[in-house]
Design a binder for this molecule. Structure first.
Ligand code: PLP
Length: 462
């Protein structure tokens, strides 16, 4: 089979034939391409002396798939380029923000204009109104928002708000759902530990996580039991409207509707963490896609267009608890800075253009269906799918409905080998079996077809 790897750094190994393709690019015909990652390795070795694990966010270190990470030099459209000159089709897109294509020209132009006026004011600016109204117009449940600097900050603030508004302290989250790294969300997704509310990380006080109760995704009964055992004490329920942090897991609509009813019945608030799903599953997020109205929501990733932004919002009466309108304190030196607002605004403007979500859906379905077909053809168990610009597959013979299913049924060792094989063929996938994949408007049918070819190639060797 041909075209295993196409790129500037395709190095022909002994016994391989190399020729120029019609387009002039170098084409290696070989069973196993080799990736030159010398410069990446040097930089990463140095990084390990300077930063814990060599990174500023853990998954980037590739620990769960083995091998060293590649160090990026630049990104453009659907592509990433590493410091050794290798080109990759990128299915992470900076973990979501690059939905209109990385280093989008329109976003860049807007940023260059904005930077002339200053990067941060620490004072009101009109761009804050513009992004706030764009977000409020997009998401049916929002009447007011507050801008912060990350998804973590948004989720950390929203729980304070849920507690302030209800006068209650307990929180229900789901195993396998990620809401940033604030203390109260770091509760392990394991049966005994979960029920005891023991923290997932040293340094997190038991007293902080004791109020965090853990239920099972797509299992309404597990939530009902927690409500009944803690009557009048639950401030709210937080969830990912489509899970992306245990791999890609789709909710049952009845589960979401049931959560809405349980929260209303027990006087608790329902929070959709749309940090990943906001403006990705649909322009109105997972809540618009599934037609469920939460009380409060959090955002991040896409709304910053590649700059650090998060937001939380909800009904006016709830949001007016937040200082200085109300007594709940929350603040930020760089919150709402004009650069971040500009990148977010331009990104949302591009997403509002007719056909954007149809295109995202079409291209991602092509990918997801192609992966499943190739798995079948090569005799590997695979399950999964996509919604709009989010996708994910598990090496599993049974459907995955929650974190427990993912942990019990998938073949993690196989994923590690798969990941490395794909990387060697110029396909950059999330370096963990517990992460979803992201596409954007810059991904082409050609990108998808190359990805499917590479998948066939790798799966044949596993
Ligand atoms: C990424 C993510 C967060 C945390 O956002 P950061 O910007 O990384 O702090 C929170 N919730 C969900 C669902 C996420 O995917």
């Amino acid at each position: 089979m041909e075209v295993a790897f196409v790129g500037a750094a395709a190095v022909p190994a002994a016994g391989r034939t190399v020729r120029r393709a019609a387009g002039g690019e170098l084409v290696c015909t070989a069973a196993k391409p080799r990736l030159n990652t010398q410069r990446s390795t040097e930089i990463f070795e140095q990084a390990k002396k300077l930063m814990p694990g060599g990174v500023n966010s853990p998954v980037r270190a590739f620990r769960s798939v083995g091998g060293n990470p590649v160090v990026f030099d630049r990104v453009k459209g659907s592509k990433a380029y590493d410091v050794d000159g290798n080109e990759y089709i990128d299915y992470i897109g900076s973990w979501g923000p690059a939905i209109v294509g990385a280093a989008n020209d329109e976003v860049n132009e807007a940023l260059i204009k904005a930077i002339e006026k200053g990067t941060s004011f620490g004072a009101p600016c009109e761009l804050e109104n513009e992004l706030a109204s764009a977000v409020i117009d997009a998401v049916p449940s929002l009447e007011m928002v507050r801008m912060v600097n990350s998804g973590t900050e948004a989720c950390m603030s929203v729980i304070r708000l849920m507690r302030a508004f209800t006068g209650r302290e307990k929180l229900i989250k789901f195993s396998g759902c990620y809401h940033g790294h604030a203390d109260m969300y770091l509760v392990q997704a394991g049966s005994g530990v979960a029920t005891l509310g023991l923290p997932d990380s040293p340094g997190v006080p038991k007293s902080t996580t004791a109020a965090t109760l853990v239920a099972q995704y797509n299992n309404l009964e597990s939530v009902r039991q927690l409500f009944e055992a803690n009557e009048g004490e639950i401030a709210g329920v937080i969830l990912e409207g489509v899970v992306g942090n245990s791999g890609f897991i789709v909710p049952d609509v009845s589960f979401l509707k049931g959560l809405r009813e349980l929260c209303t019945k027990h006087g608790a608030l329902l929070c959709f963490d749309e940090v990943m799903t906001g403006f990705r599953i649909s322009y109105g997020g997972a809540q618009a896609y599934f037609d469920v109205k939460p009380d409060v929501s959090t955002f991040g990733k896409v709304i910053g267009g590649g700059l650090p932004v998060g937001a939380y919002g909800g009904r006016r009466e709830i949001m007016e608890m937040v200082a200085p309108a109300g007594p709940m304190y929350q603040a930020g030196t760089l919150s709402g800075n004009p650069l971040a607002m500009t990148a977010g605004l331009k990104t949302l403007e591009i997403l509002r253009r007719p056909g954007a979500y149809e295109q995202l859906d079409k291209i991602t379905k092509r990918l997801s269906n192609g992966l499943l077909e190739v798995a079948k053809e090569t005799g590997h168990d695979m399950t999964g799918g996509s919604i709009s610009a989010m996708f994910g597959q598990f090496f599993s013979s049974v459907p995955v409905k929650n974190f427990e299913d993912a942990a019990a049924n998938q073949d993690g060792a196989k994923f590690g080998k798969f990941h490395r094989g794909m990387l060697e063929r110029g396909i950059y996938l999330a370096p963990s079996a517990y992460e979803a994949g992201f596409t954007g408007l810059a991904h082409t049918e050609e990108d998808i077809d190359k990805t499917i070819e590479a998948t066939r190639d790798v799966l044949k060797t596993l």
